[in-house]
Design a protein around this ligand. Structure first.
Ligand SMILES: Nc1nc2c(ncn2[C@@H]2O[C@H](COP(=O)(O)OP(=O)(O)OP(=O)(O)O)[C@@H](O)[C@H]2O)c(=O)[nH]1
Ligand SMILES: [Zn+2]
Length: 209
């Protein structure tokens, strides 16, 4: 799924304003503070709009990074290895696009190499690049899987994400201790039952984990 944003609708890039938080962003945060019932001019909140602006640049830093650059250094030499590679329970944080609330969870990534393997830290890098955007969990899961699929060209890829949504825990239904689980399977993990079951077992799907 592509998100199309008209360039002319964006504020100037941070590089162009020397990483300053633009006045209109700070004004918007001041308005929100006032609307929430507080006084943005009181001492404790005085620098908050600027801090919040910087925090949001951080939460959303993934928009300014191409996740696939981390996959360009794939190793062509696989040393005869032709079994599943798994990186399990990678912690991540994201923000939901509905309420801007935190999404906190873990992702596990499995792939069956074809002719290339990748440094495992790069799998986590790809996850974080997509997580540091406004997301819903299904899209985060699919984007990570699709990026790895097209850049690494493995025989199979499986991404499983387990996360708790702040918009469910801290507001709305206020339901604690629930995790949403999503998965995206491609290639042999989608098409072949034995490969799929092997991958899902290693990823802990269907167990109490
Ligand atoms: N499928 C999916 N739903 C999500 C995700 N994050 C939040 N939601 C849900 O998206 C829905 C948004 O519903 P709306 O009715 O538009 O918003 P709302 O009135 O604030 O809904 P409530 O959260 O139920 O109070 C809610 O049911 C959320 O729990 C996600 O990653 N995936
Ligand atoms: Zn939400």
């Amino acid at each position: 799924m592509m998100i199309n944003v008209r360039q002319e609708d964006l504020l100037p890039p941070a590089e162009a304003v020397g990483e300053q938080v633009p006045g209109e962003v700070q004004d918007a945060i001041r308005t929100l503070l006032r609307w929430a019932g507080d006084d943005p001019d009181r001492e404790g909140l005085f620098d908050t709009p600027e801090r919040v602006g910087r925090a949001w640049r951080d939460y959303c830093s993934g928009y300014r990074e191409d996740p696939s650059v981390h996959l360009q250094a794939a190793f062509g030499e696989v040393g005869g290895y032709n079994e599943i590679v798994v990186l399990r329970d990678i912690p991540f944080q994201s923000r939901c696009e509905h309420h801007l609330a935190p999404i906190v969870g873990t992702a596990s990534i499995a792939y069956l190499p074809a002719d290339r393997i990748i440094g495992i830290s790069e799998l986590a890098q790809v996850l974080h690049r997509y997580a540091r955007r406004l997301q819903f969990q299904e899209r985060l899961t699919a984007e990570v899987a699709q990026c790895l699929w097209s850049s690494l060209r493995p025989q199979g890829i499986a991404v499983v994400v387990k996360a708790s949504h702040g918009c469910m825990t801290s507001r709305g239904v206020r339901t604690l201790n629930v995790n949403m689980v999503t998965s995206k399977l491609l290639g042999c993990f989608k098409d072949d039952a034995i490969s799929r079951n092997t991958a899902l077992a290693i990823l802990g799907i269907g167990t109490s984990k």
